[in-house]
Each structure stands twice: as structure tokens, then as C-alpha cells.
Design a protein around this ligand. Structure first.
Ligand code: BGN
Length: 388
């Protein structure tokens, strides 16, 4: 016997309905279990939380409130008014003792109520200028603290018996400071320049240098010439490394900063200059032992960089001995020695000759133009014709 067609249809519909019912029930139970699971975990978490904070509902509320109140990290901003007073007379040790009380040994400081964005190393080359250093420090600490930055002051002293080599000492300062912390700004600071306005912010852009000393009193609050980048100059690490640092081969006073300007130019490292209302400095006078040969070295170096690219001297040829390190109350002191004569011979690839000056009992180094031009012929076209 065969089942009539309408009966087949009826049976099929029944089965379908039953299946749907079952599916709906499964779905309903699944939803119910998820909801109860969430609910039970909620209760459990809450219980654990209450247990953690002492079992008091009240405490839970307080703790929640407290957690809610915690503000996101606040970045430091500099003080907006110029409340920094310059003290040109050397202060007594009692007064400076108080002034330096809040510093970490080694002359480091950072704000505690906010997160500093700027981490600044101030590098001061030093030789025989105790009074200038004392006056600079008594001003520099309040100046930097008013800017709410993290900073440390490094004083790099050249061991006696050789002519002062400012470029080399600055390079040492950079290497030593960057070995202690990854500072965002390295500021090369002459010991005899006192900043007068704390709205001049000691910080660096990420990719170029800043010339801070744009208005020294000795230059009637201006720069003596456009290329002048002496006095106080700041750098982020990468841009400074790109220049290969200061030249190590300028002895005595003058020229190393001008040479450095040409290095920056040859490496496309640009700089900004502080507004002359802000970049004001008081400069102490001191006897100058000018280097009689820096002019000719500079002339040569300038065209050498232009024609042959980065000169093989600077951070990559630096050899020195760290003789002493002390974390003094207001600064980190590093005493450095090096063999100046050996370095001068090697450094300029034999194009320099020593020249003994009896009057001063010092040896200067002069470019030997004949050898220099043989070795670097492309420089010749830039130099004045002989006899002209
Ligand atoms: C320049 C010096 C700079 C110095 C400024 C300001 C030279 C190069 C020899 C021609 N340049 O004359 O080094 O920063 O005066 O004092 O001496």
C-alpha cells in the first residue's frame, strides 16, 4: 500500500515544526546560559574586588572614585614669566650651598610634579676659569629649573700643559654625556656666557641645531657676522653625529666654530637662531690667546669640505684619556688628557707643519700649502692666486 500524497505532506510538516521547536529551545537555553554566565562572573569579580579592598562596599566605591580621579601623565611646561634674576657677582658658598641643595650629585635635576619632555645635557669646556664657572653655575641652575626640564651639567676640563683645544673638548663632552643618558638636546656652552632671559628655552628641535647666543652684549646684542655660531649652541644627537662633531685640529682661541659651520653646511645640517630679544648674554672679558694660524686653516678647511665632503676628523678620530670623574654638587666633572702633537700630525694627513713661537713658548700648526694642494688639488681654484 502506498501512502496518499496529502498524508506525506502532513507528516513532513509535522517533522519540520518539531525540528523548529527544538532549535528554538536550544537557542533559548544557549542565550540563557550566556546571560547567567555573564551575571555570575560579574558577581564573582565584584566579590573578589570587595575581598581585595577589605570587604567593604564603601571602600569599593572609594577605591573606584580614586582610580577614576587619577589624571593622565601631565607634561611639564616652562614658567611663563621671567622671574629669573641674574647674579653677576660671585655668591658665597653658603648661598650657593642652599641653591644646589635640591640637585642630585653631578648637577642633575628634574621636576617631580610633571613629566619633562626635554632632557638636556649642558656641556661646558673648562680650563682655569673658576670664577666664571662659579658665576655661570649660580645662574644656570635657577635658569634651567624655571624651564621645568630634566638636565645635567657636564664640565669637561682639559689637563694642563697643552694649548686649549675647544673643539676636541666639546666632542669629548658630547661622547661622555651621551654615554650616560640619551639626552634630547646637547648644549655646548662657553663658561663665560651668562644667559639673561629665562624665556630662552634650552631645548632642541629634532633634526637641526639651535644657536642660542644670538645677542651677546659684547656684540651690541646681535651677531658679529651671519656665520657666527659660537658661544652657546644646541644639538639633538643625530644631527651632531651627522656633522662628525667639531674639528679636533684648532688650537687656542678662534676658528673651530667657524670650521664647524662649514661642516654643518657640507652635511646639510641646518640651524635656527634664537630671537635676539631672548638670546641675550652677558659675556665676561678675558685675555685672548689668539691662534695665529687658524685663519689659513679655516680658509683651507672650508673649501676642503666643499670639494671633498666630510673631513676625516672629528668624533671618528677622537682619542683621549678620561683621567678623573667626580660627581660634584653642581656638576659632573671630567678631566681629560690627550696627545696633542701626535694628533695634529696625524689629523691633517701631513698637510700641517709645527711652528714654534718662542715668545709664547707654544707650538702652533700651519697649513703647508704646497703639500696641501698636491694632496687636495680641487681646493686650489678657491684660494687666491699667489702674489695677488
Ligand atoms: C671670530 C673667530 C671665532 C669667534 C668669533 C667671536 C676666527 C677664525 C680666524 C679667521 N674666528 O673671529 O672663532 O667665535 O670671532 O669671538 O678666529
Amino acid at each position: 500500500m502506498t501512502t496518499p500524497p496529502d498524508q506525506i505532506f502532513f507528516q513532513g510538516e509535522e517533522i519540520h515544526k518539531t525540528k523548529m521547536m527544538m532549535l528554538k529551545m536550544v537557542f533559548f537555553w544557549m542565550c540563557l546560559s550566556i546571560v547567567s554566565l555573564v551575571f555570575i562572573s560579574g558577581i564573582l569579580i565584584r566579590w573578589t574586588y570587595i575581598a581585595e579592598v577589605g570587604g567593604q562596599e564603601q571602600t569599593v566605591l572609594k577605591v573606584r572614585q580614586k582610580r577614576y580621579d587619577v589624571k593622565p601623565a601631565k607634561f611639564c611646561t616652562p614658567q611663563s614669566e621671567n622671574n629669573y634674576r641674574v647674579h653677576i657677582q660671585r655668591m658665597s658658598p653658603n648661598v650657593t650651598g642652599k641653591l644646589f641643595e635640591n640637585l642630585s650629585p653631578g648637577g642633575a635635576w628634574q621636576p617631580t610634579s610633571c613629566v619633562p619632555r626635554d632632557h638636556v645635557a649642558v656641556i661646558i669646556p673648562y680650563r682655569d676659569r673658576q670664577e666664571h664657572l662659579d658665576i655661570l653655575l649660580q645662574n644656570l641652575h635657577p635658569f634651567l629649573q624655571s624651564q621645568n626640564i630634566h638636565y645635567e651639567i657636564f664640565v669637561i676640563e682639559q689637563a694642563p700643559s697643552t694649548i686649549f683645544n675647544l673643539g676636541l673638548i666639546r666632542n669629548v663632552g658630547f661622547l661622555e654625556a651621551s654615554a650616560t643618558y640619551n639626552f634630547t638636546c646637547y648644549i655646548f656652552h662657553d663658561v663665560d656666557k651668562i644667559p639673561l632671559n629665562n624665556l630662552l628655552l634650552y631645548r632642541c628641535p629634532t633634526d637641526k641645531a639651535v644657536h642660542f647666543a644670538s645677542a651677546e652684549d659684547r656684540f651690541k646684542y646681535s651677531v658679529p657676522y651671519y656665520r657666527y655660531i659660537g658661544g652657546v649652541l644646541g644639538f639633538p644627537a643625530e644631527a651632531f653625529r651627522k656633522t662628525n662633531g667639531y674639528p679636533n685640529g684648532y688650537l687656542g682661541w678662534g676658528g673651530e666654530d667657524d670650521d664647524f659651520y662649514f661642516r654643518m653646511q657640507s652635511q646639510n645640517v641646518s640651524f635656527t637662531r634664537a630671537d635676539s630679544k631672548l638670546g641675550r648674554y652677558r659675556v665676561f672679558h678675558h685675555p685672548i690667546l689668539a691662534n695665529p694660524s687658524s685663519g689659513s686653516s679655516l680658509d683651507f678647511a672650508r673649501y676642503l669640505y666643499r670639494e671633498y665632503g666630510p673631513w676625516d676628523d672629528g668624533l671618528n678620530t677622537l682619542h683621549y684619556t678620561k683621567q678623573e670623574v667626580e660627581h660634584r654638587p653642581a656638576y659632573t666633572w671630567i678631566k681629560v688628557g690627550f696627545d696633542q702633537n701626535a694628533m695634529m700630525k696625524k689629523l691633517w694627513k701631513g698637510i700641517m707643519d709645527p711652528n714654534y713661537d718662542e715668545k709664547r713658548n707654544l707650538t702652533w700648526w700651519n697649513i703647508n700649502m704646497t703639500r696641501a694642494i698636491q694632496q687636495f688639488p680641487r681646493v686650489k681654484k678657491h684660494l687666491p692666486e699667489e702674489g695677488s
